[in-house]
Design a protein around this ligand. Structure first.
Ligand SMILES: [Zn+2]
Length: 264
């Protein structure tokens, strides 16, 4: 599940058609990762993002000297929801100033599974205009709202971004599609347990794991976690020797070999 912009939780299309669409999309417009890692990689990301993630979440990362990725839908900024208040303009600017990645999550938290190409492009452009107006550099990565992916969304995102994050569980290794990258949620009553399991898997495989959550507070929503849980996971990852990087930095390292040559 991904963040939900309204007080009434909306969930992405859980129908069979939705599942089939996401699965079929996996075969199309692929951008295979190329990774040769000396140490496993971890990205910690916050979707939407609630003010609690911008404060308690960022404080934890700062204590450990690492940066995270905040997937921002500018249309949500300052609004209230079941995830708590979303971060305001000044709070998002402060995250950028502190070195965190501000990444694209569409302007209105658009379900890209059902929207057409023009609607997806237009919604992204609106988000980019808002972020630019705030003095934030053009985002280099994207996360699909509700984790809902479609062939047309992947085609729109392919040339725009280094990587686009979905919500199916998995690790990023050589060959993994960066246009539909897997991730694991720190959310719900088993969030910590699930994240630890995937940290161990990434450690063994020397792969890249992307974790995400939403609100970070004492009594989190079903899509968030407590500060204590987040901190234990950061400490665990550092103890295991993970390099903790933003999603954009991980995606930069994972670009296919041809892209490296082009850049050189
Ligand atoms: Zn979201």
């Amino acid at each position: 599940m991904s963040g939900l912009p309204e007080n009434t939780p909306y969930s992405a299309d859980r129908s069979l058609i939705g599942k089939v669409r996401r699965r079929l999309a996996r075969a199309l417009t692929r951008k295979p990762a190329h990774l040769d890692l000396a140490r496993p990689l971890l990205t910690i990301s916050f979707d939407d993002a609630p003010a609690s993630a911008a404060h308690a979440g960022a404080d934890i990362l700062a204590r450990h000297g690492v940066h995270g990725t905040y997937f921002i839908s500018a249309g949500l900024m300052g609004k209230d929801s079941h995830l708590g208040l979303f971060a305001r303009v000044d709070e998002v600017k402060a995250l950028h100033a502190a070195g965190h990645e501000i990444a694209d999550h569409t302007y209105s938290h658009l379900d890209c599974g059902k929207a057409g190409s023009a609607a997806i492009s237009g919604n992204i452009e609106a988000n980019l205009r808002s972020l630019k107006h705030m003095g934030i550099p053009k985002p280099r990565t994207f996360a699909y709202p509700y984790g809902d992916v479609s062939p047309q969304a992947k085609a729109v995102l392919n040339d725009r971004y280094l990587a686009a994050r979905a919500l199916h569980h998995g690790l990023i290794e050589t060959g993994t599609d960066l246009n539909q990258a897997p991730a694991v949620g720190i959310e719900g009553p088993r969030g910590e347990e699930t994240a630890r399991l995937w940290l161990d898997r990434a450690h063994k495989a020397r792969a890249w794991l992307v974790l995400y959550t939403h609100d970070v507070r004492a009594n989190p929503s079903d899509w968030g976690c407590t500060p204590e849980v987040l901190e234990r996971l950061v400490v665990r990852a550092l103890d295991l020797g993970f390099d903790i990087v933003t999603f954009a930095e991980g995606a930069r390292r994972a670009q296919p070999a041809t892209a490296h040559r082009t850049a050189a």
